[in-house]
Design a protein around this ligand. Structure first.
Ligand SMILES: [Zn+2]
Length: 267
């Protein structure tokens, strides 16, 4: 599923892509659709058939072999590149040894997150954030992990996806939150600069971003569809937020089923 920011105050654009086919989901709001999983899963990296999906879309060999599936991607502070044990040092040079952005977002309340410079604002749309503000830029993924740990003393790093999907999220003054947190964590940031060099962690002067989603009606109660339990998912499309389709029969996290061979029928 491809998500792009909306232009000129429009909500985000959602499309389902398969090969060179592209279906504009926004155009199907309020209409019935049916998703049917064939039972097949193809590894998103190597294409091999796999009975089970690991780390949202990989076969077991790729899951064990690829650097992008290593635990240090989720916990960047545990980067082990300099111990000589990186699974794919060349991949790491392209992905981990690149500038990363530490941001504040409001997905189900205030949270801190990290992303590669180029991933903004895709990352925020993926999380269903309604507001976001880049606050710091660092030189490597590992440094972003250390900064995130520091911020986690004060703010969450997870989204409560049920609250996010119910649309029960009050707007925040992210600039004020940034200033408050930077002042409060000043000592910790100074210590990190001492360790990595004064230029390694730079404060950004960015403007907050507002993100809007195409939703006709938020669900009052959250019921989740799961292809592993029921291969046919159908209902009227009521909205799109984060990686979720909101149907009148329940919600489905499409990211979770990356690699699943699914047929889509629309009215
Ligand atoms: Zn694979």
């Amino acid at each position: 599923m491809a998500i792009e920011p909306g232009q000129g105050g429009e909500p985000a654009r959602y499309a389902l892509c398969a090969g060179d086919q592209r279906l504009d989901l926004n155009a199907h709001l309020g209409q019935p659709l049916r998703l049917t999983w064939s039972g097949a899963i193809a590894c998103t990296h190597c294409g091999r058939a796999t009975r089970k999906s690991f780390a949202q879309g990989y076969c077991y060999p790729c899951f064990k072999r690829l650097a992008q599936c290593d635990t240090c991607i989720v916990k960047p502070e545990t980067c082990h590149f300099f111990a000589g044990t990186c699974r794919e040092p060349q991949w790491a040079e392209r992905h981990c040894f690149q500038p990363h952005v530490v941001y504040l977002a409001n997905s189900s309340g205030l949270k801190v997150g990290i992303t590669r410079g180029t991933q903004v604002p895709t990352r925020w749309l993926d999380q269903g954030a309604i507001q976001a503000l880049p606050i710091l830029e660092v030189e490597t993924r590992q440094q972003s992990g250390f900064v995130e740990i520091l911020f986690k003393e004060e703010v969450a790093d997870r989204t409560n996806w049920r609250a996010m999907l119910k649309g029960e999220v009050a707007p925040l003054d992210l600039v004020a939150e940034r200033d408050r947190l930077l002042a409060r964590l000043d000592g910790g940031l100074a210590a990190l600069r001492e360790r990595f060099g004064g230029e390694a962690i730079r404060v950004l002067d960015a403007a907050p971003v507002t993100l809007d989603y195409p939703v006709l009606e938020f669900p009052r109660k959250i019921v989740s569809h799961n292809f592993d339990k029921k291969p046919v998912v159908e209902g009227t499309l009521m909205g799109l937020k984060g990686q979720y389709l909101i149907l009148d029969s329940g919600v489905i996290n499409l990211r979770k089923f990356t690699g699943y061979e699914v047929t889509l029928e629309v009215a």
